[in-house]
Design a protein around this ligand. Structure first.
Ligand code: NI
Length: 138
């Protein structure tokens, strides 16, 4: 870890009160860690917006496996990008529905494009991509 710097922040009292309530509910025991996490989150989001930056994505899909050929289509798309799909987890949620979690790795633009293609496949009910980084340099 690099050297610590101490900073003073002027902030509206009511805004600070709301922030303290918010972070307490989230389980933070001090403001400094909450501020650090907010800053890291903003920097990671900025990284994710640069198409050439290296990222890791967690993609959650929910779909009905009875939809004709859907499972095959989703599997085929993943095989087309096997070098960017690090791992998958499949859970049979109930009689009809499946939950799949994919860990994707690569350039942000490619990860987003692959996620969009999977989410927009006919029969996928819900999909959400969360992008992060290795945290190196943060
Ligand atoms: Ni299933």
């Amino acid at each position: 870890m690099s050297d610590l710097s101490r900073i003073g922040v002027a902030i509206d009292s009511k805004l600070l009160e709301k922030f303290d309530d918010h972070i307490a509910r989230r389980g933070y025991t001090n403001r400094s860690e909450a501020f650090r996490d907010l800053i890291r989150d903003a920097l990671i989001e900025k990284t994710a917006q640069r198409p050439d930056s290296q990222v890791v994505g967690t993609l959650t899909l929910v779909y009905d496996h009875h939809v004709r050929m859907l499972s095959d289509r989703l599997t085929e798309m993943q095989h087309d990008h096997y070098n960017h799909v690090l791992s998958t987890l499949h859970v049979h949620l109930d009689h009809d529905n499946c939950l799949e979690v994919l860990i994707l790795k690569g350039k942000a633009g490619m990860v987003q494009k692959l996620a969009d293609a999977l989410i927009s496949t006919k029969g996928v009910k819900h999909g959400r991509l969360t992008i992060t980084t290795s945290g190196a340099g943060l």
